[in-house]
Design a protein around this ligand. Sequence first.
Ligand code: GBH
Length: 481
Amino acid sequence: MSWMTRRDFGKVATAAATATVLKAGMGKSAWAADHDAVRIFPKGFVWGCATASYQVEGAVNEDGRGATIWDNFAHTPGKIHNNDTGDVADDSYHRYKEDIQLLKNLGVGGHRFSIAWSRIFPSGTGAVNQKGVDFYDRVIDELLKNGIEPYVTLFHWDLPAALPGGWQSRDTAKAFAEYAAFAAKHYSDRVKHFMTTNEFVCITDIGHVEGRFAPGLRLPPAEANQVRHHAILAHGLGVQAIRANAKAGTKVGLAENANVFVPVIETDEHIAAAKRATRLGNAPFLTALMEGRYIDEYLEMAGAAAPKVEAGDFKAIGSKLDFVGLNVYTPIYVRAENSARGFAIEQQQANYPNMDSPWLKVGPEVAYWSVRNVCENWKMPDLLITENGCSAEDVVTPAGRIEDTERVMYLRNHLAQFHRAISEGYPLRGYFLWSLLDNFEWADGYSKRFGLHYVDYATQKRIPKLSAEWYKQVIAHNEIV
Ligand code: GBH
């Protein structure tokens, strides 16, 4: 085999050819070839990156953009690390062309970004701000001009501040549907994939129960459940609005960070426990969408605090989707238990390893189980990984490089586990890496870096990290390298 590298051999060896070689009883090099061959992704698999409006755009007071709950929260002293705000962020509002060249250089087929609702409807509803509409026209056209498919999230947490009551009001879900209708009508001639919302639990629980995200509330259970209901209702009404207004062939889904339960040992009993935990552990969100109702266990647990549901709500919430996007980060280890619910969460040891964010515990099998668990529970449409990636304590070396080998390690191992899911036939069609750039990491401000490109916030210079070079090769080879 010296005349070919292992990689070259992996390319030419189809699975069938490799099998023949193995049957013929060849030695070590055939094993190696087989190993390479299984790391190749299916033709047509979509590789992309992901970003979100408030995290990258800046220009918060430009061209008629309305204030959002995140502007207000970030400007409240003590809420964000270092009192950072998204006022400037990556200045992508002005530098979007440069950022799209970064994407082009990576060779991605798709880019997931979000539209800031308050650029289109500064007050959340009512009058349209044409300059905001134009901005996303320019972004979409620039992506397409560079051969990159836009994947648009309509709501990634930057709720227009003017909406009375925010997510505590049912009217906000209706306002979202109006905005979704407008966006679908206006952009669906070029945008073929829309996601309604990003991560229900962050919109609802972290913002309204834990108070660590905007709007910083700590609501009691009944009000919290109502907020959760309004969020999934917004999604449902949004799906209906998009379907009613978009060009034929437009695909609708969402991006959801469903809790991922990983069986502590991959034996039948623990795998079954992970399946049960998935259904109960996502009851107010993905489970409600997939089953078109709140499951009995959830309603029993909520008791008198159960959300008020109106006729027709679940018709919307249970709308059939064209795809489900999963944002995948941290595993929750679970084991079978002889109890009514049939599972128990394994306690995590104090020194369990994490990436630079303390919450980002590392367990690459989370990738495989994120896909398998949902498919075990429900008949799923196509799946996309709408986010996966990690923070790392990136530093620029004197030679001007960012040698983020730990990020490459993280990504490579997660891709291997997504690949495992694909090789077992699960309908995983694409992967969007979080994130293209270092950016405003919510309550962590600029202290945590998730980008493939380092951003020097003093100069706005972007520097590709080792992980960017690596991802470019993954995409070019359609294979884990
Ligand atoms: C995603 O959230 C978001 O969609 C994206 O905007 C974000 O930048 C990215 O991940 C990286 O964080 O501070 O210990 O209380 C992922 C889910 C939920 C993970 C909130 C961090 C806060 C943990 N996130 N969580 S902690």
